[in-house]
Design a protein around this ligand. Structure first.
Ligand code: ACO
Length: 345
């Protein structure tokens, strides 16, 4: 029987500083009305001077470890999804590793921009399924504000900073069948590079550069590509949209989120939306939204989650997850009753 990656805990962190649309309107020629109508955003958190992506990531990670009752030494894989690493190298994940004292395995970053968390989840899930690690910390963390051209109103109003994390623990043998990460589905298309990119980097300009975007084109691709990867995920598991308890979408634009929910015929109560308060936090957006819904009691153990995201590359993907840890009662009558779920602590 195949190993499974149970999603046993979540965590998040948002920088203290909140910038409202009104405040932003004093920096660039925009308005609260324009931003809210076009995107659903009302405010964003921005990292303070000297506050780094790793600082956000470490706080989100500690938050998740606390939920699970785990220590850094219990972790043998750290994957950080980020487009805004502290430095060109080493990986931001190694800073997280050091802060947590998690030296029993590997730590590295993945870069898939706004789809980064779904990519990192897929990477960690495959490590766990292959038996190469047992307990993984998967983090999406960004100080995306550092990539923005604060004179370009068409992009700077859209983004915010933050971090979210999940803990995955592999089961032994077939325990937890139907639980944890059911499947992940990744895609990219480098032909669409020019509709969303940063005009700089170590090998081109040697500077960091700024976000450049053709918003209408990104919007169009987002709706069609996310629709198709959602269908792909459900089909792969023989599930229907109605089986999904929670859609946890990338928070780029309220209109894209609503389009996905409508297509799946999911009522608004089954869609986790945080864009109004967080804006688009790139790789952090999905785990931030998830953690919020776990902590306020919406997402419960046993719920079926559909995570999806798209961003620069283009890169996009989705994952289906049955959240939490199977309870003893759930296992009593099942065919896997005699197999033990890996203890959480
Ligand atoms: N405030 C006021 N006016 C603005 C602003 C602003 N911040 N930005 C642009 N405008 C103006 C434009 O200049 C334009 O004016 P004009 O008609 O006089 O030329 C007008 O508003 C309309 O601009 P459009 O770009 O056509 O507006 P659109 O309805 O396409 O909305 C938006 C723009 C919100 C960016 C939308 O295209 C979108 O959300 N696209 C998806 C892109 C996205 O989500 N990117 C995030 C990163 S990728 C990802 O995470 C998926």
């Amino acid at each position: 029987m195949m190993r499974r990656s149970l999603m046993i805990a979540t965590g998040s962190y948002l920088p203290e500083r909140v910038v409202s649309n009104e405040e932003l309107s004093t920096w660039v020629d925009t308005s609260d009305e324009w931003i809210r109508q076009r995107t659903g955003i009302t405010q964003r958190h921005l990292a303070g001077e000297g506050e780094l992506t790793s600082d956000l990531a470490i706080k989100a990670a500690r938050n998740a470890l606390d939920m699970a009752g785990l220590e850094g030494e219990d972790i043998d894989l750290i994957v950080v999804a980020t487009t805004t690493p502290d430095d060109t190298f080493p990986a931001t994940a190694t800073k997280v590793q050091k802060a947590l004292g998690a030296f029993n395995g590997a730590a590295f970053d993945v870069q898939a921009v706004c789809a980064g968390f779904v990519y990192a989840l897929a990477v960690a899930d495959n490590f766990l399924k292959a038996g190469q690690a047992r307990t993984a910390l998967v983090i999406g963390a960004e100080t995306f504000s550092r990539l923005l051209d604060w004179e370009d109103r068409s992009t700077c109003v859209l983004f915010g900073d933050g971090a979210g994390a999940v803990l995955l623990r592999s089961t032994d043998g077939g325990t937890g069948n139907g639980w944890g990460v059911l499947s992940t589905h990744l895609h990219s298309d480098g032909r669409e590079r020019d509709i969303l990119y940063v005009d700089g980097g170590p090998s081109t300009t040697r500077t960091v550069g700024h976000v450049r975007m053709n918003g209408k084109e990104v919007f169009r691709h987002a709706v069609s590509k996310l629709s198709s990867v959602i269908d792909e995920s459900l089909d792969a598991n023989g599930l229907k949209a109605a089986d999904v308890d929670w859609l946890i979408p990338h928070q780029a634009n309220r209109r894209i989120i609503d389009a996905m929910a409508n297509r799946m015929k999911l009522p608004a109560e089954k869609v986790v939306v945080s864009i109004e308060r967080h804006a688009n936090t790139s790789a952090a957006s999905v785990p931030l939204a998830l953690d919020e819904a776990v902590r306020d009691g919406r997402v419960r153990s046993g719920d079926l989650l559909l995570l999806e995201a798209i961003g620069g590359g283009l890169a996009w993907g989705a994952g289906l997850v049955r959240f939490g840890v199977p309870a003893l009662s759930d296992r009593a009558g099942s065919e896997t009753a005699r197999e033990e779920v890996a203890p959480i602590a």
